[in-house]
Design a protein around this ligand. Structure first.
Ligand code: ATP
Ligand code: MG
Length: 359
């Protein structure tokens, strides 16, 4: 757990970068700092590992006063990942990752073995171990940066805009990987970004800062989207927040309808659409009315699928809206068709889901 109590940073020259910050980053969770350029995100982050010294206030990491700690000891327990990964250009990938364990006194062989394991953990092919950073793509370099930060197995991980230098597709896959990784490693992560979409996707809790180093709101993403505290946060959260907020609502009670279902080779429907299933009850796509049997060529790709129990209302609505037939497809946890879903059914489930999330 990381606790900021009235933490202020004023730089020589007078800039008030962080103003009386009170915030607790919970153990084993991802806390995101988001806000416009210059609002004090990086400064707040760097006070955690004492790369920046607070001017006043108290800052504790797992109960220990940061200002009383030996900086080298402190940093050993805190991994740090920055934009462009900050790799050593003249060291190979494996040696970049092994640097910290070697500094901690592990033998070269043990440190390299561990580095190879970590490459797999972060989704890097170990055949790249002997390459230099310049011989990797931006996304691969970021993965090396994450592996290096994890090498000493620190309980805390600080990440400063780690994914902002890569294209949107790679960025999304790095975000998904981080969430998958976090579900296994359960570190206390503080993640800085200026991208609100990244913040609400990754954060268990999101801190929105305004320029002047003031914390504007600190809440779970669903609350941020549904109840911004003021106009600044409302504007910062941006357009479509009502729709995006559906991503944080779940429902046990969306009423599923029935579906016309066919298998490959069956006659096509006389009228309207039917869903085509494979031999295991999983959806292959839709077929429209017409003559002749259902073949590969007559199948139209389906829309997104809604997984009963785990899917969000946003996923449910998207399933309904993206289906060529206007009927979304709900599946069970094994991917077998459970029923149809309409936009009306999703909207009907909304009030109860809202009440549940407010409770
Ligand atoms: N070493 C420094 N000396 C003086 N002023 C600084 C120093 N570092 C940061 N600042 C100032 O403190 C304020 C906060 O900077 P900080 O880097 O924390 O912002 P940020 O939210 O991370 O911005 P960005 O999104 O652009 O990275 C800015 O006004 C910045 O100019
Ligand atoms: Mg910054």
């Amino acid at each position: 757990m990381i606790e900021f109590r009235g933490v202020t940073k004023r730089f020589p020259g007078g800039t008030l970068a962080v103003d009386e910050l009170d915030l607790v980053a919970e153990q084993g969770r991802i806390t995101v700092f988001v806000g416009p350029s210059g609002c004090g995100k990086t400064t707040s982050l760097r006070m955690i590992n004492r790369m920046v010294e607070p001017t006043s206030g108290e800052l504790r990491v797992d109960g220990q006063d940061v200002l009383a700690a030996d900086p080298a000891d402190l940093r050993r327990g805190i991994g740090y990942v920055i934009q462009q990964a900050g790799l050593f250009p003249h060291r190979t990938v494996v040696d970049n990752i092994a640097t910290v364990p070697m500094l901690l006194g592990r033998g070269r062989k043990a440190a390299r073995d561990r580095a190879m394991e970590l490459m797999e953990t972060v989704g890097l092919d170990t055949s790249m171990a002997r390459r230099y950073p310049a011989q990797l793509s931006g996304g691969q370099q970021q993965r090396v940066g994450v592996a290096r930060a994890l090498a000493a197995d620190p309980p805390v991980l600080l990440m400063d805009e780690p994914f902002s230098a890569v294209d949107p597709v790679v960025r999304e896959s790095l975000q998904d990987e981080l969430l998958r990784l976090q579900s296994e490693i359960g570190k206390t992560i503080v993640f800085v970004t200026h991208d609100i979409d990244e913040a609400v996707k990754l954060g268990d809790k999101v801190a929105v800062f305004r320029v002047g180093g003031k914390l504007a709101q600190y809440d779970e993403p669903g609350v941020l989207l549904s109840r911004p505290v003021d106009d600044f946060v409302d504007n910062f959260v941006g357009r479509d927040r009502g729709y995006r907020g559906l991503g944080f609502l779940t429902s046990e009670t969306i009423l599923l309808g029935s579906l016309d279902m066919l298998s490959m080779g069956d006659p096509r429907p006389d009228d309207g659409w039917a869903l085509v299933l494979d031999g295991t009850g999983r959806p292959l796509g839709w077929v429209a009315d017409g003559d002749g049997p259902v073949t590969e060529d007559t199948i139209v790709p389906g829309g997104s699928l809604y997984t009963v129990g785990s899917g969000s209302l946003r996923g449910a609505l998207d399933a309904a809206l993206s289906s060529p037939s206007g009927q979304g497809v709900a599946v069970d946890a094994d991917g077998r068709v459970a029923g149809s879903i309409t936009a009306d059914a999703v909207l009907a489930a909304l009030p109860a889901a809202r009440d549940d999330s407010a409770a």
